[in-house]
Design a protein around this ligand. Structure first.
Ligand SMILES: [Zn+2]
Length: 260
């Protein structure tokens, strides 16, 4: 498959880093038609029944929930948000919870992973589930979800003790879809996403990372203008929202056949 990559493409893909210093660049209209219900046909009375996610992330979330055997025990609370949604959440949290709390738990509009459609907040089923900080304990079915998540492309994004790296307080309920094998590498190497984006840069195409089982992963920087390359059909390429791309190839796929 032929890829013609430009600077704009750096800001697209399942592996984009979105945080305070890496705001979302993609146009909101580009999400139209790419969203699906996080869980189709939720049981009547389920809180937050209208949660949306990017379609592949939604499918993988459903497979993960199924693998946990957690039907009805884990509730998607918040998924895709528009810029306007994030502004409303930020402003109402400022009013209700004050500035300190809001800066700790609510991303500034334009810098929220939820605006990518790739982030999901999940809560343990209960009569009342807090919207900003749902309960998602490190035990039982919730822990099972957490442990299986990387096999389905999700990472626990904001872990305890990583605030210096992520800029966000511990959020046991917030998971981010990055896709396999990135999720396996991030969890296996015990990195934050911020650290992964830097770490993978030590593996260019001539010295790829072979750590993820069955995968070859490497970093591709973008020359001044544009780049054309041919990758096998099974390749998975994403921008990093910073300065280049991460390419993942299943081990059996043939390497790059042409680039210029
Ligand atoms: Zn969240």
């Amino acid at each position: 498959m032929l890829y013609s990559l430009t600077h704009e493409d750096i800001h697209k893909g399942y592996g984009i880093l979105v945080n305070r210093t890496h705001p979302l660049k993609a146009d909101e209209d580009s999400m139209a038609g790419k969203l699906s219900p996080a869980v189709p046909d939720p049981l009547p009375g389920t809180p937050y029944p209208d949660v949306l996610l990017e379609a592949v992330a939604a499918r993988q979330l459903q497979a993960l929930l199924e693998a946990c055997g957690s039907a009805g025990e884990i509730i998607p609370v918040s998924g895709y948000r528009t810029q306007k949604d994030q502004e409303d959440i930020y402003d109402s949290s400022l009013r209700e919870n004050g500035e300190e709390f809001t800066k700790k738990y609510v991303a500034y509009p334009g810098t929220s992973e939820h605006q990518t459609g790739l982030a999901i907040d999940v809560g343990k089923a209960a009569e009342e589930i807090d919207f900003i900080r749902p309960d998602f304990p490190y035990e039982g079915v919730c822990q099972r979800f957490r442990e299986l998540a990387p096999s389905f492309g999700f990472i626990e994004r904001y872990q305890a003790g990583r605030e210096d790296s992520t800029g966000i307080a511990q959020e046991p309920w917030h998971f981010r879809y990055v896709g396999v094998p990135h999720s396996l590498l991030i969890a296996g190497q015990d990195l934050t996403m911020e650290q992964y984006i830097q770490w993978i840069k030590q593996y260019p195409s001539q010295n790829p990372c072979l750590l993820a089982p069955g995968w070859t992963v490497y970093f591709l920087s973008l020359p001044e203008t544009a780049l054309q390359l041919v990758l096998p059909e099974e390749a998975f390429l994403t921008g990093n929202n910073e300065d280049g791309f991460i390419v993942a190839l299943p081990a059996h796929a043939k390497p790059v056949v042409k680039s210029r």
